[in-house]
Write a protein of this length. Structure first.
Length: 93
């Protein structure tokens, strides 16, 4: 089950997201649904189309049910399949 404590160990595609902080001011405030994820990027579908946002130096607010979880993108800067399996060997904060 996905919870705020283990969300970064799960696949992020399908979550509603808001970019709450970024070094690029044009990325701040972008909201939509995550449609793809790579090692370094998150692709968010917005009302203006797909936006590619780098994970590093970016803060994301993920909507999990009725809760909002803020995550530093640098923590997620791994390939999704490696991040999912990482909890077996190494603890993610």
């Amino acid at each position: 089950m996905i919870s705020p404590q283990n969300v970064i160990r799960h696949e992020l595609i399908g979550f509603d997201v808001l970019v709450s902080g970024a070094t690029n001011p044009l990325h701040r405030g972008i909201c939509g649904r995550i449609i793809d994820e790579t090692k370094n990027l998150v692709v968010i579908m917005t009302s203006q189309g797909a936006k590619r946002i780098p994970k590093t130096h970016t803060r994301f607010q993920l909507h999990i049910g009725s809760r909002i979880v803020e995550i530093d993108g640098s923590v997620m800067a791994l390939a999704p399949e490696k991040r999912i399996n990482l909890h077996d060997r190494k603890r993610i904060p």
